[in-house]
Design a protein around this ligand. Structure first.
Ligand code: ADP
Ligand code: F6P
Length: 349
């Protein structure tokens, strides 16, 4: 075995000259902790795999932390080797499991998490998750932890990255579902009110409206009225359309089922049906785009940690992956995709 160019035999021979504690410290490879937190997103596994394999290439080691910050608090660590992440690239969800943790939000919880990390010998942490999780990462940095964030959330509501891991897969899932609904809608001359996820973000709804050819979209960032929706649907009917799709983000100002009931009663030409897509949008095999993004972000996160960066998130900007200060990520909101809102309306003619 070779030890920094000196063989074990040589070290033993020079024993009396050697500070063993220092040798042990130098011998310990950089240890990266990795966790997934918040809502799961397709591609999280691909990101974990990239972290582990890049760390291996860089002579670092990885401890997987189960159950997000809750697992960090409970000391749920286990070594992740290159074979442990085999066969997961194409799987949705996260092999590390994810949780939400109220305890971790409190400074006391964070201190306990740091104690656990020190105990396990973690030198730097990679947090894969949404905006809440990145806030948690920033909080850890403020207490001296070396941390790099990887944006993963189907909502695409994270400042500093054009795309988060999971968004593309979710959008494709919605598109496939709406294409199917449209078959029934046109065969029966119906309007379908389709609810996408997005409690605070209309990104999925507005992008789905564009790629699925919806008549109108409702999203949390824009206040809509039932009359607006009714007239868009009625207008579509008058223009000779055989169906109408109304996309509604989960957090829009009008409840989906309520909207469908009122539109149906208003007799706008089409009978109305409602479909709430729900959590199918969070699951499934990640698309090629998400796998590639996860590979690029996971490897860059390891590079940044090993180069000594901390308190940053890897962000996709103009096709490049750049370090974005977590201070900026956690204090700013992604602008509403208003140009896309207008585009969806214009294309619905
Ligand atoms: P997501 O990361 O998908 O946005 P959440 O908003 O639920 O999901 O956040 C995930 C976890 O991150 C929370 O359960 C909590 O433990 C932690 N977290 C969220 N916000 C903060 C905060 N401001 N400070 C510290 N930890 C936070
Ligand atoms: O963060 C992604 C998201 O899908 C939101 O759009 C949605 O409101 C939320 O998660 C629901 O999460 P859960 O069902 O896990 O509480």
């Amino acid at each position: 075995m070779n030890f920094g160019g000196v063989s074990w035999g040589t070290i033993a021979a020079q024993k009396y000259l050697i500070d063993w504690e220092e040798i042990e410290m130098n011998a310990k490879p950089f240890t990266i902790g990795v966790l997934t937190s918040g809502g799961d997103a397709p591609g999280m596994n691909a990101a974990i795999r990239a972290v582990v394999r890049k760390a291996y290439e860089s002579n670092a080691q990885v401890l997987g932390i189960a159950n997000g910050y809750e697992g960090l608090l409970n000391g749920e660590f286990r070594p992740l080797g290159i074979r442990d992440v085999g066969g997961i690239l194409q799987r949705g969800g996260t092999i590390l499991q994810t949780r939400r943790s109220e305890r971790f939000k409190e400074p006391r919880g964070q201190r306990e998490a740091i104690r656990r990390m020190n105990e396990a010998g973690v030198d730097g942490l990679i947090v894969i998750g949404g905006d809440g999780s990145l806030n948690g990462a920033h909080a850890l940095h403020k207490q001296g932890v070396k941390v790099v964030g990887v944006p993963a959330s189907i909502d695409n509501d994270i400042w500093g990255s054009d795309m988060a891991i999971g968004v593309d897969t979710a959008l494709n899932t919605i598109m496939e579902a709406v294409d199917k609904l449209r078959d029934t809608a046109s065969s029966h001359s119906r309007a379908f009110v389709v609810e996408t996820m997005g409690r605070n973000s209309g990104y999925l709804a507005v992008m789905a409206a564009i790629v699925c050819g919806a008549e109108i979209v409702l999203m949390p960032e824009v206040q809509s009225t039932v009359d607006e929706v009714a007239s868009a649907v009625e207008d579509a009917y008058r223009r000779g359309k055989t169906h109408a799709i109304i996309m509604v983000a989960e957090g829009a100002n009008i409840r989906t089922t309520e909207l469908a009931r009122i539109i149906d009663e208003m007799d706008v030409g089409f009978k109305t049906r409602v479909t709430i897509l729900g959590h199918i949008q969070r699951g499934g095999r990640p698309t090629a785009y998400d796998r590639l993004l996860a590979a690029r972000m996971g490897t860059r996160a390891v590079e940044l940690l090993l180069e000594g960066h901390t308190d940053v998130m890897v962000g996709l900007q103009e096709m490049g992956i750049n370090p974005i200060p977590l201070e900026e990520v956690t204090s700013r909101s992604r602008p509403v995709a208003s140009k896309y809102y207008e585009m969806a309306k214009m294309l619905a003619r």
